[in-house]
Design a protein around this ligand. Sequence first.
Ligand code: DMJ
Length: 455
Amino acid sequence: MKELFQLILVGLIAFPGCQITEKKNRQADQIMAEKIKAEFVRSWNAYKTYAWGHDVLLPVSKSYMDWYEQSLHISPIDAYSTMKVMGLDKEAEEVQRYVVDSIDFDKDLFVKTFEVNIRILGGLLAMYEFSGDKKVLAKAEDFGKKLIPAFSSPTGIPYYWVNLKTGEAKGEVVNMAEGGSCLLEMGMLSRFTGNPVYFEKAKNASLAIFNRRSSIGLIGKSINVETGAWTDSISHIGCCIDSYYEYLYKSWLLFKDKEIKNIWDQSIVSIQTYIADEVDTALWYGTVDMETGEKVNSVVTLYDAFFPALLALSGDLERAARYQDSWNSLWKQYGLEPMVYDYRKKEILNASYDLNPEIIESAYYLYYFTGDTIYKEMASQYFSDLMTYCRTEVAFTCIKDVTTKEQKDHMETFFLAETMKYLYLVFTAPEDINPDDCVFSTEAHPFRKKQGFQP
Ligand code: DMJ
């Protein structure tokens, strides 16, 4: 200890300038984190004022909408873990009480299995992990049980829709993200309840997808869950397949399942061999035929910008940095990212931007793993552009066209769950909330890695 003090003293005497710069940087980060938190609170208050009890805030008309005929309260459940990360305990407690006292999922509604799994089940599990409230776990288990009938297909890949009351499941064609992104939530439910069935169902689904891979190790975009036949045989890493890959690697980190790790190890080799696309000096990931690996097109969606984060997490910092550069250049060109883009033709195919988090998520992981301030600068730029183009009188809204910046009237629930959380985490480091201590779900709900029940 004495030696440490001596060292610090020598450092202070030798490099006083460094100390001052270091302090200034810390202060600047703190100011940014507080600004982001204040914007989160402003948006949350707008939700409470204009949309309380409903799924989504409409931040221009100051109104609300629900996903289905009845509300599932998606915004507050999705936002809770960000509140805890930001230290907003009063707000978080209010949501927790509301979930326990007033939310009943026993509703005769067909819901999208994938979407409610990542937003509602994931949100409830994070709520249980932060609060330790057994009543919250009971809600999560009740909700998880309601999703189980979705896995009753002949292949074990979940149906698109499931009825929360009757358990009827339907919708036999699903994409790979919808079919293969339940591992984290179902695995955490198994860990918390001690009942392995949830993880087993999710794992079967991922295995069923992998077992239908082509001879070159690629999977298609969508499948019939009853026949197991591919209904779209294009292959890529982006929208509609993305979180299938994300959940392979992340569930290895969380549950140490070697079979799943083996799927990831094989899949990433095929991805880098066939899907990676070098264009001049830039790295992109395009679309290929799953059987032959031949290029089909160079169309990407802004969801694909999650991939640098996954590359960084899995240790491939070089490709992660190169791919993030490609996305960052696109963002800089428009001040936001377009939803669909052709990187060879340099042409926008869908100009909307829905407050999506992926590019920010990747900046966060890259900053965390490299410490390179270039990623902090990127995040500052993204926040500043969100403030300029997406901020409304009361909250933030999606954009119809990134070239004109015309606004829509919708604040996605993932804006509170993911976009604001990752922005905040770039500038501050709450204890235990980082990619070493936890695994963030595809909706950015942090699940701690600490050893417990292994499903
Ligand atoms: C989120 O709901 C999740 O990240 C999902 O996996 C796909 N992307 C949206 C946000 O863009």
